[in-house]
Design a protein around this ligand. Structure first.
Ligand code: UN1
Length: 517
């Protein structure tokens, strides 16, 4: 029964978006024909079966796309920024209408719950509206010149065609953080999505390219589904792509960083996270439990921002861990389209293997599994990739707790004083998100001080996961480089130009230098 229902959901979702058969994975002003192209299959982790097929780009498709997007850039950069903003606002409006259908597609291909799938599209809508407002706020500074009759200021100009390489776990939202902002900045964007969630990219690009064309706007976004390493190399080596924004593993991120730096290009890297929540003895217990549970369980622990470690004050450790275990035992795991289900599947078989190998490693190093540690078989969805969310009582010096496993595994530790908690907290190579649960103002401020959290995101009394688009998103240390989404992250998508104008009758020189000819 379950699989019949799910099959019907698959058919309805694909049909509502026209994605049933072989889909082109190449949009370059128009969809490139699917004849004679090699293909990949889009799979659903919910039942492990095929959704539909997508064609892969070849080198010549990439070259053609770079050429076209450069041409479109020359047109797009002539649009006044607020006009670009109006177009991006219209994209947001169109996504509002498509939210349910596209949200369902996100669920289908990534295994997110209904509300998380729709949340993904909401995140795109939010950034579209943010970017639209931003289009009137691309401010430069004015300085007082040291020379008489001189004006000194800076202005921000579009960069060119940028590339966004996105991951499966936020298959469209993270692309939109980059692409929508880049668009109001005057750039065009080449999108290489993860092959594990490429159908979402195709569905989103269909909706967006139609809206752009209905508005009479140029095709400022290109889509290129390609095998990961191949497409990544084309992009990284392409001198006419000034900025590569990559979300994914630290290992791949390092390669991209190296290649792009060799040609003095720019990068934004959003790599692994290993996010920790400090749970103080002065916390609001209910709130801390919900915050840690959401952080560790949402998206089945497959967010960059997922809570992977909880360091809990020894006075409340037993109580906190017991309560958390109760939540884990109660939480509904299964078909994420079903009401009440909070934990869906992992993305694929390999992710399940990763879950088990990390747990094996943790046990070898002395960790103790308190709850979970098994596969979950969901009746009717036997080929789906479900695992039981797991809590491991661990020691912060274990090797395994220093690396990120994209699965619902939470390591818990005890601490005695806040300095110790902070040491444990910061003692990992990654630095994306962090949280403290406390009602004590002093603890909160220490956590936010220079000797506190060393992460790009620091939260008080709320989860490590679930950032809003309005803030700048990104991390420190091995998590990467740069920021995307809100605040002043837009500056990465533009080039800064410092302008000096002389309106006098002479050329006085700076620093008092004399040069008489
Ligand atoms: C990611 O996992 O790459 O903050 C992005 C969050 C989401 C975005 C996560 N808004 O959890």
């Amino acid at each position: 029964m379950e699989n019949e229902n799910f099959q019907k959901f698959r058919e309805d979702t694909l049909q509502s978006l026209g994605l049933e058969k072989v889909n082109s994975g190449i949009f370059n002003g128009k969809w490139v024909t699917t004849a004679n192209k090699s293909k990949i299959r889009s799979m659903s982790p919910i039942d492990g079966l095929v959704n539909s097929e997508i064609t892969l780009a070849e080198r010549k498709d990439f070259d053609g796309m770079v050429r076209n997007l450069s041409r479109v850039f020359e047109e797009w950069r002539e649009y006044p920024a607020p006009k670009r903003g109006e177009i991006i606002k219209a994209l947001g409006d169109a996504l509002v209408k498509d939210k349910t259908r596209l949200g369902a597609l996100v669920s289908l291909e990534t295994g997110k719950t209904v509300s998380e799938g729709e949340g993904e599209i909401q995140e795109m809508i939010d950034i579209a509206y943010f970017a639209s407002g931003l289009s009137r706020q691309l401010y430069g500074l004015t300085m007082g010149s040291e020379r008489p009759h001189h004006r000194l200021y800076e202005q921000w100009l579009p960069l060119g065609t940028i590339a966004v390489i996105s991951a499966f776990n936020f298959p469209s939202a993270v692309w939109s953080w980059n692409a929508m902002v880049a668009a109001v900045c005057g750039d065009t964007t080449l999108w290489k999505p993860s092959t594990k969630a490429a159908l979402v990219a195709v569905g989103v690009m269909k909706s967006i390219s139609e809206t752009l064309s209905n508005l009479g706007a140029p095709p400022i976004f290109g889509l290129m589904v390609s095998r990961g390493s191949e497409g990544g190399e084309w992009i990284s080596n392409e001198p006419s792509i000034p900025l590569v924004s990559f979300t994914g593993s630290t290992a791949t991120g390092k390669k991209i960083y190296e290649t792009v730096s060799r040609r003095v290009g720019r990068v934004i890297l959003e790599l692994g996270g290993n996010n920790c929540a400090i749970v103080s003895n002065r916390c609001d217990m209910k709130l801390a439990l919900k915050g840690v549970a959401f952080g560790a369980l949402a998206t089945a622990g497959q967010r960059c921002t997922s809570t992977r470690r909880a360091v809990v004050h020894e006075d409340i450790y037993e109580e906190f861990v017991k309560n958390l275990k109760d939540i884990y035992k109660k939480v509904k795991i299964g078909n994420p389209r079903e009401p009440g289900v909070l934990v869906g599947p992992l993305i694929d078989r390999k992710a399940v293997e990763g879950y088990f190998s990390s747990l094996k490693e943790a046990e070898k190093e002395g960790g103790k599994i308190l709850v979970g540690g098994t596969v979950k078989t969901i009746p009717g969805l036997e080929n789906g990739h479900y695992v039981a969310p797991t809590i491991v009582e661990a020691n912060p010096n274990m090797n395994i707790v220093r690396s990120e496993t994209f699965a619902p595994i939470l390591y818990v530790f005890k601490y005695r004083d806040l300095n110790e908690a902070l040491r444990i907290h910061n003692n990992v190579p990654q630095g994306l998100s962090s949280a403290i649960f406390t009602t004590d103002l002093r603890e909160e401020e220490v956590f936010l001080s220079a000797r506190g959290s060393d992460c790009g995101i620091a939260n008080v009394n709320t989860s490590t996961a679930g950032a809003e688009i309005g803030g700048a998103f990104g991390g420190e240390k091995e998590t990467g480089y740069g920021r995307e989404s809100g605040s002043d992250a837009w500056k990465a998508y533009m080039r800064r130009q410092t302008v000096t104008k002389n309106y006098g009758m002479d050329i006085p020189l700076s620093q008092g230098v004399k040069f008489e000819v």
